[in-house]
Design a protein around this ligand. Structure first.
Ligand code: V47
Length: 354
């Protein structure tokens, strides 16, 4: 059976077959992915009203792709107090945010309680807000820095009010590339192990993939299939988020940047391969909003959210520092022929903007 028929029959593809998908022309691939997207969600495109908070940029690790952490390329260190973090959460909540997405650098100065105390404060003051916090890389960092097991860190997160985990820190799972990009940070095996343990607690999370740097197509497929394998076991991933590498102010020199065609192909292939992860998120901070809107026709059904303030990708050149207004977000989705659906963090539909 040829590859296109296999996809149409919803058969699972192997690594080699999946690599061959890249050889299809973009529109054929897009149509295959869109068929699956429409089967699952019709013309609905999901988003949430959220606030990203990055409480510190002080980092014990040095990832070559990162422009956010304080280093000689970014000498402006900052660390927020619990009160500052709480005030941001309260003010976002008062403007309608249903979720705070909290991701920090790996700050060796504050202790575990600097991390957990912030979650507890938010939970006490805002019992309804969804706290999405702590990447697998942060969990691993706290475990190594303070001699805790992964289970102990995850239990502390649950006790402190964390509801779900974001997908960051996955980068690219190929060990050789990973070693070059971010040696010393959580290993691929352990990133997956941490999410497995989190899912075993009945909790949900997302998964990212950083692409468009020095990885190959083979590495991308390998990354996606490792996630598919874990999801077969736990079922705990809500969304897969391919993050397009942003190139400025960091230590990773990349000669050839991805074409829009390659980015869209990667979205479509993700949709086709991940038959067990419900949502494919085009995170507009890394694709640009223009390409995220187009990605809706190439398999993506989620555009993340209004964000309000974004530091990680915008430090590396993305045009996302100040998020996007709700009205703009809704009208852009509508005008691109899709139905904006405000969701909560676990994809319950809150409001359909027909
Ligand atoms: O893991 C760092 C990435 C991630 C760069 O779970 C970069 O809903 C591009 O994980 N170019 C953090 N990306 C962001 C993240 C995320 C974002 C939105 C939604 C969700 C979710 C998760 O940012 C890191 C890293 O892979 N990153 N530097 C860069 N130069």
């Amino acid at each position: 059976m040829n590859l296109v028929d296999k996809v149409k029959n919803r058969e699972r593809l192997t690594q080699k077959e999946a690599e061959a998908l890249y050889e299809l022309d973009l529109l054929t691939l897009g149509e295959l992915a869109n068929e699956i997207r429409e089967e699952k969600f019709g013309k609905k495109s999901y988003f949430n009203i959220n606030r990203h908070i990055n409480p510190t940029n002080v980092c014990a690790d040095i990832c070559k792709f990162c422009a956010y952490s304080a280093s000689r390329k970014n000498p402006n260190q900052y660390t927020m107090s619990h009160q500052e973090i709480l005030e941001i959460a309260i003010s976002a909540y008062s403007r309608g945010a249903k979720e705070v997405h909290i991701v920090s650098a790996h700050n060796p100065n504050g202790g575990v309680d600097w991390y957990m105390g912030a979650f507890r404060k938010i939970r006490e003051a805002l019992p309804d807000i969804h706290i999405k916090a702590m990447t697998g890389a942060e969990v691993d960092f706290l475990s190594r820095q303070y001699g805790l097991t992964y289970d102990e860190v995850l239990d502390l997160m649950v006790e402190s009010g964390v509801d779900s985990m974001p997908g960051g820190g996955a980068e690219i799972f190929n060990e050789k590339i990973r070693d070059y990009l971010c040696k010393g940070k959580v290993s691929s095996k352990n990133w997956l192990e941490i999410h497995k343990k989190w899912h075993r607690r009945g909790k949900q999370s997302n998964a990212t993939m950083l692409f468009g740097h020095i990885e190959s197509r083979t590495d991308r497929i390998d990354h996606i299939l490792r996630l598919r394998d874990l999801q077969d076991i736990t079922g705990g991933f809500n969304a897969f988020i391919p993050l397009v590498y942003q190139r400025e102010n960091n230590f990773l020199k990349v000669k050839n940047f991805l074409s829009a065609q390659e980015i869209l192909k990667t979205y479509s292939i993700s949709r086709i391969l991940l038959d067990n992860i419900p949502h494919i998120k085009a995170y507009w901070a890394t694709t640009t909003i223009n390409l995220a809107l187009i990605a809706q026709e190439f398999g993506a059904d989620d555009l993340d959210g209004t964000i309000e303030k974004e530091s990680i990708q915008s430090s590396a050149g993305a045009n996302s520092a100040n998020g996007m207004s709700l009205n703009d977000f809704i009208s852009l989705i509508k005008n691109s022929g899709f139905i904006p659906v405000e969701r909560d963090s676990l994809y319950k539909e809150l409001k359909i903007y027909e």
